[in-house]
Design a protein around this ligand. Structure first.
Ligand code: PLP
Length: 495
């Protein structure tokens, strides 16, 4: 008798169910603008929606499960694809990327080795090259896709450690040499702490460099911190981490000056461009974004400003050998010949397991590659330019509102806060408490979603537009919404 696996679907069932699921998803997409961004539900309320008890002994038909699951998700999620979602730096997903994920999962290549994923490996290589071109990074660089910005930064960090430690750190470990020092601005994303911890340096290895009034790394402080470590000999400087778009306010560090200093001191320059690097496609980008090519390594996030469905990050390393050097081993049980050696174009295929931390790897590139081709270079530029223009419009509308204070605007991030009309109600601690409570109300209310930034110690609201679904009217609705909820909170605090 022919075996029947309970998770299999016949081609006819797959066809019928696939059509039905896509219809439901298209209805969902059409309904998004009229849904709340999120519903305010507690963990126990959400948990109660799931089937109770242990996994049932008997299975159920796929059609029933999918029909039940789509409304379950549609009615109990927070939607980062909602036109009024501007929290953190999280983009909604491209429809072509979502369909690409379905295709990728169906083909299911293992993009760990070229021989296991010939066309998928080449698509990843081309995607990486196109991304490098978009941000004007040398296109002969090494590069690899990963789960997101944090992972992309880890790979750059490890490439730096391998290249700049004066001893063989991969064999001997950290005990063999002097303690290492990392230089990063106080605005650096928290991945740097995880990296210092995970990779054995400890967070004391981070020298936190002050920022200026625009949250950019102060190069004079950087220079003196490096000089102090060199003079004392306690720690050996090896990497400077600079930001191309900080997570809080979108600040771009003075990359040219930092690169010059790194060259002078023989330090690795790693640029965290998880959010902002892709804005280098804009001709009117902050000048330093046009200096990304000076970095030794660069992290950026296709799941941010290329709107790829989660997850997709990308690491670029200027000298491709230094990426391989940081990760490659050749175990006996892998017989992956360097595919294509001696072929006409002389570029062997890449075995991606040698370029990062993952072994088996999914086909992340497809969703990014498809969206890049759908938009083209001009389309990518237009979407990012539109996000930035809408952010500036939002900032102007906030500045024009008598009860709101506009604080900073860079790339597509605007920061601001509610200021009660009564000057006596504006003590710093009260303003912080008011805006904190206001943020809670905004995040649970479902009308729009923003997050926060602490700027020079003061709590601010923060809207980041990496959202191709956002329209002018969405942006223009925010100031009065914030003011209305701000007034409510202010009245409650006054009581
Ligand atoms: C988002 C972000 C990260 C982390 O990226 P994930 O994709 O969330 O892992 C790191 N640095 C910056 C500047 C970011 O904006």
């Amino acid at each position: 008798m022919k075996r029947h696996a309970p998770v299999d679907l016949s081609p006819e069932e797959l066809r019928r169910l696939g059509h039905e699921v896509v219809d439901l998803l298209a209805d969902f997409a059409a309904s998004l603008p009229s849904r709340p961004v999120t519903r305010h539900e507690t963990p126990s309320e959400v948990r109660a929606l799931l089937p109770p008890g242990p996994l049932a002994a008997e299975g159920r038909p796929a059609s029933e499960l999918l029909r039940e699951t789509i409304p379950l998700l549609a009615d109990h999620s927070l939607f980062n694809s909602h036109p009024r979602f501007w929290g953190f730096i999280t983009a909604g997903s491209t429809p072509i990327g979502a369909l690409g994920d379905l295709v990728a999962a169906t083909m299911n290549p293992n993009v760990g080795a070229w021989g296991l994923a010939p066309i998928a490996s080449e698509i990843e290589a081309q995607t990486v090259r196109w991304i490098a071109d978009l941000v004007r990074f040398p296109s002969h660089c090494g590069g690899v896709l990963g789960s997101g910005g944090a992972m992309a930064n880890y790979l750059g960090f490890l490439a730096a450690r391998r290249a700049k430690a004066s001893w063989d750190v991969r064999t001997k470990g950290l005990r063999e040499g002097p303690a290492l020092a990392i230089y990063a601005s106080a605005e650096t994303h928290t991945w740097i702490q995880k990296a210092a911890d995970l990779f054995g340096l400890g967070t004391d290895a981070i020298r936190w460099i002050d920022t200026d009034a625009r949250q950019r790394m102060r190069v004079d402080h950087l220079e003196s911190a490096i000089a102090a470590d060199l003079a004392s000999g306690d720690r050996a400087p090896f990497v400077v981490v600079a930001a191309a778009g900080t997570v809080s306010t979108g600040a771009v560090d003075p990359l040219r000056e930092i690169a010059a200093l790194c060259r002078e001191r023989d330090l690795w320059l790693h640029v965290d461009g998880a959010y902002g690097a892709l804005a280098a496609v804009l001709d009117d980008a902050p000048e330093d974004l046009h200096a990304l090519a000076l970095a030794d390594s660069l992290a950026l996030d296709p799941h941010k400003w290329l709107y790829a469905p989660l997850e997709a990050g990308c690491t670029l390393v200027r000298d491709p050998r230094l990426l391989v050097d940081a990760f490659s081993f050749h175990p006996d049980y892998y017989h992956f010949a360097p595919a294509g050696e001696g072929e006409p174009d002389a570029r062997p295929g890449t075995n991606y397991y040698e370029l990062g931390m993952q072994n088996s790897r999914g086909f992340r590139a497809l969703k990014v590659w498809l969206a890049l081709r759908q938009a083209g270079r001009d389309g990518v530029r237009q979407m990012i330019a539109d996000d930035c223009a809408l952010s500036r419009l939002m900032h102007e509308a906030i500045a024009a509102h008598p009860e709101l204070e506009a604080r900073s605007q860079s790339l597509s991030i605007s920061t601001f806060r509610y200021l009660p009309p009564d000057p006596a109600a504006r003590a710093p601690a009260r303003l912080d408490a008011l805006n904190r409570a206001l943020l809670d109300r905004l995040q649970t209310g479902g009308e729009a979603y923003v997050s926060n930034a602490v700027i020079e110690g003061a709590f601010h609201l923060r809207a980041c537009i990496v959202n191709f679904r956002t329209q002018r009217e969405d942006v223009l609705a925010l100031p009065e919404l914030v003011a209305r909820l701000g007034r409510e909170v202010d009245r409650e605090l006054a009581r």
